[in-house]
Write a protein that binds this ligand. Structure first.
Ligand code: GDP
Ligand code: MG
Length: 442
């Protein structure tokens, strides 16, 4: 896997100060192979490597990780970023109803299946009334197929009128949606085996009469390199708003995702993960980045690297704690570290010595969103209050809660956590001071 390959390249570099251009170039040869093996289109791989090279050259190699691991982190971060970053974009359903979602793509890419999956999602998750219409007059029984799927997910489909052409069906669907007070109208269009002019003209005409809020390009993730050409042709003709990658349950390595995103510039909104009609998920850039790199351990490497970046912070904190100082500013630093290390789940692994504080965390039933809240709460305190939490009387707590958009209860939780942690730290100090703390952060 890539991690081993990079390990070999960098073994001889261990301990050097900064990544040189030659180091990075050697590493990028391996990254390039990994990308192509994952079916990333060649021009996209090239572009990606240029970006990463620019970022990596000259970066300091952190003390406790190898240059290979450092490069993996940079590559992984860039992949996640290019795949859409942390934000997953959902469907735009807030426009004036009927909101039209138009599905486009090649034949067999999974349009009809995805239409039914989305219909179900819109009904169940969004609580909206959906109507589905098949405009596929190319494939025999294509309209029947959607009807059957509609019955399975209990979402209405437009009655079939034999012989009617796509644009007329679209008009009729709009009319029906209005009459039936439908919130979301899903238009499942015809595909071809290859992109051709007739198909594109049809797409445009349908978009013309239905003014879709979303035009989703459905792409089979197994098509790999080909996916780029498809995306290019479609995005040149119809105003896409997003991409759905199907068959992510198969052995696709995820390269199509990177290519899609790069070529269309549009977010990948969903991943199809099976033939069943609930097999659809919000697209997860982190997971797909891991898949492209072909290594399950990339995440742990990255987290290790992230922890190392914070090592200096931790050392400064350790010194303060050893003196028995641990105020809310320190707690805030800790909270931010937890977030950047991948949340509370990671904390358990990172701080094996901190049983007490860990137990306190678990007991308070926190999830990662809570970290963000806690940060906001501490942010709403004055510097004095942060340094001396005992100043926070009922009145001040109320102000802090209002300022952070939370409740006094939550402010109390932060204070309790701070108490638990400082108590735990005092114990550690008793147990052996800095030596004990070394174990805590080692
Ligand atoms: P269309 O021609 O674009 O409308 O494609 P269909 O929706 O008819 O799908 C073609 C085939 O792909 C069907 O057998 C689907 O069950 C299958 N399919 C669609 N999406 C997925 C998916 O995410 N995973 C898997 N394994 N199969 C899928
Ligand atoms: Mg179809």
């Amino acid at each position: 896997n890539l991690s081993d390959r990079l390990g070999n390249v960098f073994d001889r570099l261990r301990g050097r100060g900064a990544l040189s251009e030659q180091d990075v170039r050697d590493a990028m040869r391996e990254v390039r192979v990994a990308l192509l093996e994952a079916d990333v289109a060649l021009p996209v791989a090239r572009r990606f490597i240029d970006n990463v090279t620019e970022k990596a050259v000259g970066q300091d190699v952190l003390r406790s990780i190898t240059p290979g691991q450092q490069v993996v982190k940079i590559v992984n971060d860039e992949l996640v970023e290019m795949l859409g970053g942390a934000e997953v974009e959902g469907l735009q359903l807030d426009a004036k109803p009927p909101v039209v979602i138009m599905m486009v793509g090649l034949q067999g890419s999974g349009k009809t299946t995805t239409t039914a999956k989305l219909g179900k999602l819109i009904k169940e998750k969004h609580g909206k009334k959906a109507l589905m219409a098949s405009l596929d007059v190319q494939r025999p029984a294509a309209q029947e197929q959607l009807k059957v799927l509609g019955e399975q997910v209990e979402v209405a489909t437009l009655p079939i009128v034999p012989g009617q052409q796509p644009v007329d069906i679209a008009r009729r669907a709009m009319e029906a949606a209005r009459l039936q007070a439908v919130d979301v109208l899903l238009l499942d269009t015809a595909g071809r085996l290859h992109v051709d002019e007739a198909l594109m003209a049809e797409m445009k005409a349908v978009a013309g009469v239905s003014a879709p809020e979303e035009v989703l390009l459905v792409v089979d993730s197994l098509t790999g390199q080909d996916a780029v050409n498809v995306a290019q042709s479609f995005s040149g003709e119809v105003p896409l708003t997003g991409v759905v990658l199907t068959r992510m349950d198969g052995d696709a390595r995820g390269g199509a995702a990177l290519s899609m995103r790069h070529v269309t510039g549009k977010p990948i909104k969903f991943a199809g993960t099976g033939e069943k009609l609930d097999a659809i998920e919000a697209f997860d850039p982190k997971r797909v980045a891991g898949r492209i790199l072909g290594m399950g351990d990339v995440v742990s490497l990255v987290e290790k690297a992230a922890a190392t970046i914070k090592e200096e912070d931790a050392e400064a904190l350790a010194k303060r704690m050893a003196k028995g100082q641990f105020d809310l500013n320190d707690l805030r630093t800790q909270l931010r570290q937890m977030q950047s290390m991948g949340g509370l789940g990671m904390l358990a692994g990172m701080m094996p010595g901190m049983k007490k504080a860990k137990a306190a965390l678990a007991a308070s039933g926190m999830d990662d969103k809570v970290l963000v809240h806690m940060d906001a709460i501490i942010g709403s305190m004055t510097p004095k209050e942060r340094a001396r939490p005992e100043l926070l009387n009922a009145k001040r707590k109320k102000r802090v809660a209002a300022g952070s958009g939370t409740e006094v209860q939550e402010v109390n939780k932060v204070l309790k956590m701070h108490q638990e942690m400082s108590r735990a730290m005092k114990q550690i100090k008793k147990m052996g001071g800095l030596k004990g703390l070394g174990a805590l952060f080692g």
